[in-house]
Design a protein around this ligand. Sequence first.
Ligand SMILES: NC(=O)c1ccc[n+]([C@@H]2O[C@H](COP(=O)([O-])OP(=O)(O)OC[C@H]3O[C@@H](n4cnc5c(N)ncnc54)[C@H](O)[C@@H]3O)[C@@H](O)[C@H]2O)c1
Length: 462
Amino acid sequence: MRVAVMGQGYVGITAATGLAVDGHQVIGVEQDGCRLAVLAAGRVPVYEPGLEELFSRAVDECGLVFRGSLLDVEGRLDAVVIAVGSPPGPGGAADLRQVENALAQVASLSPVPELIVTKTSIPPGTSAAWLARPGLAPLMRDRYVHNPEFLNQGTAIQDWREPDRVVAGLWNRELVPAVRELFAGCMSPWVVTSPTGAEMIKYMSNAYLATRISFANEMARACEAVGAQVDDVIEGMSHDTRIGRLFWRPGIGYGDSCLPKDVDALLRCADAHGFAMPLVEATRRVNQEQRGELVRRVCEAVSGVRRPRVAVLGLAYEPHSDDLRAAPSRDVIPELLSAGLEVRVWDPLIGRSAAQAQGVVDDQVHWQESFVAAVRGAHVTVVLTEYPELVNADWTALVPLLEQPRAVVDAKNCLVPEKIAVAGGRYRGFGRVSAEAEFVHRGDSPAVPAGRPGAGPARSLP
Ligand SMILES: NC(=O)c1ccc[n+]([C@@H]2O[C@H](COP(=O)([O-])OP(=O)(O)OC[C@H]3O[C@@H](n4cnc5c(N)ncnc54)[C@H](O)[C@@H]3O)[C@@H](O)[C@H]2O)c1
């Protein structure tokens, strides 16, 4: 098929690359001149493991090309895939201007392509509202498919090839063979529903995933209050196949580019449709509180220290993505600065100028070229991103580089508490209580059980 993919962000580049490698003739369309120039030079403007190689193959061997506007694409198209953004607008509602502009451009083509696919996340009811617009009605009724994207940054290529499911929301069932032909390279179960059903699948999936994380954080608070190890509790619960192992580690809370904005947009959608989602409201509130809780822990650790210094290790939410759009560092760093701490920052993936350009750090922050340099002479270290070099670092050697009280605040529960304790550091994770605390709460002897020196167990979490 001859396909244009509108929007060349994380989703659009992955889709354009995957479709080209699968044998379609693909034109990637990107309106941002800087991004377009990078793509036209044969490079990928975002960091995504493995994408650069596949992208080169798509360009060099499969004929993937780029244009600055859909209106510049010459010749007839069989399909247009819309993968433009739906960023948060005022009050948290999804800003649909990019996707509505894209649809208007598609509607102005002559001839209009047979298949118009939106991958962009759009709140429930959006497609139905477009169906009601006289200018869009025939296009929506006959040619439109909502195919929400579920990829995760860091595993985008694998998620493209083998998503857990492909969702096709359409009103015209005769489109199903064409959609299957377009996504023939995706080896997954299919769910065919209405566009509104497809929108609900996307937003409810993200709301549920967000709720699991907030539930884990609420559970971590309870563990600290009663003196239980959250790692043990999660391990014990995860063996229940109805609960499972994934997506519920306590810590700083969710902060990728999708969950925060989709949860907010769902809540605004609920307001607009006049129904309540108290669970999702609570999910959002618990998540927001985690940021403040982290800052509170840092401040508590350095109380009494004159001119306290904190080393923030990692700016991104995920260790394999340079996406900073909703990263917790955006909230945490300004709060640490306004609490009067000197803030040093290290991140191996994101350069200082990129972090500054995206408004995550400013001149008040001391940028460091290595985590060792950041830690040396700081009073407290915050591990904000689960970078492998931090997880695997020799913390028994790092901790002595800190000044007293040598505190390590682990925002991802990804370090081994014993290693910090053995080196004389004070570890604070989320829901990870010391072995002594477990015994005090049980009323037993405070002696540490054999094989469990210092703080509690730290096994790899799901
Ligand atoms: N990033 C993810 O991990 C992810 C995962 C699943 C779903 N999604 C959803 O997919 C959508 C896209 O996400 P993203 O992260 O790739 O977005 P993005 O903001 O990184 O990229 C969107 C791109 O579209 C371009 N664009 C906008 N209007 C255009 C037009 N008319 N013509 C050509 N280009 C245009 C923008 O310049 C931008 O480069 C969003 O709705 C998002 O919620 C994202």
